[in-house]
Design a protein around this ligand. Structure first.
Ligand code: GDP
Ligand code: MG
Length: 163
């Protein structure tokens, strides 16, 4: 059985950027604009010698703002349920925001193994955010940059036991 890795976190932390890097194609839509429709995507990922399935989550739907939170939650819950290991992502440069908490709660309650990925930490940026993220109770953060590929060896090492 191929292991499944779910990329979880609030919009804009860099999930789709990491997904694209892992899958090696521009399959996931990366967009700065809030409210852009973004679908859940699945792909075959390669990271060093590891091969696994990766799920990108999003769930923002412009047409139906009332149920936005509900949709994001449902999609996140489904992805977590299917995952063997969850990669929970934060924006290290922004630090924790109120929007991170509900996603972190879902991961925590699931009891699934979780890797806390402090993204956007290229060039040693985001140190304060990385320190802040310890308070999530999701283990030691892994400094990372999905855009620049920094921290890949550490992510590989963290994922390997579950793949
Ligand atoms: P998602 O909503 O979680 O899927 O986030 P996206 O992958 O769409 O990325 C949101 C924004 O963050 C985009 O402008 C990305 O280019 C940017 N981004 C993603 N990863 C990094 C990173 O490692 N460093 C920096 N500086 N920006 C990033
Ligand atoms: Mg996305």
């Amino acid at each position: 059985m191929t292991a499944i890795v779910a990329l979880i976190g609030r919009p804009n932390v860099g999930k789709s950027t990491l997904f694209n890097r892992l899958v090696g194609k521009k399959l996931a839509l990366v967009d700065d604009r809030p409210g852009v429709t973004r679908d859940r995507r699945e792909g075959d990922a390669t990271l060093g010698h590891l091969r696994f399935k990766v799920i990108d989550t999003a769930g923002l739907e412009e047409a139906d703002k009332d149920s936005l939170a509900g949709r994001m939650r449902a999609q996140t819950e489904t992805a977590i349920a299917q995952a063997d290991v969850v990669v929970f992502m934060i924006d290290a440069r922004l630090g924790l925001t109120p929007m991170d908490q509900p996603f972190a709660d879902l991961v925590r309650r699931s009891g699934k193994p979780v890797i806390l990925l402090a993204n956007k930490a290229e060039g040693k940026k985001g140190t304060d955010g990385i320190i802040e993220s310890y308070s999530l109770g999701l283990g030691d953060p892994v400094p990372f940059s999905a855009e620049h590929g920094e921290g890949t060896a550490d992510l590989l090492e963290a994922l390997a036991p579950y793949i």
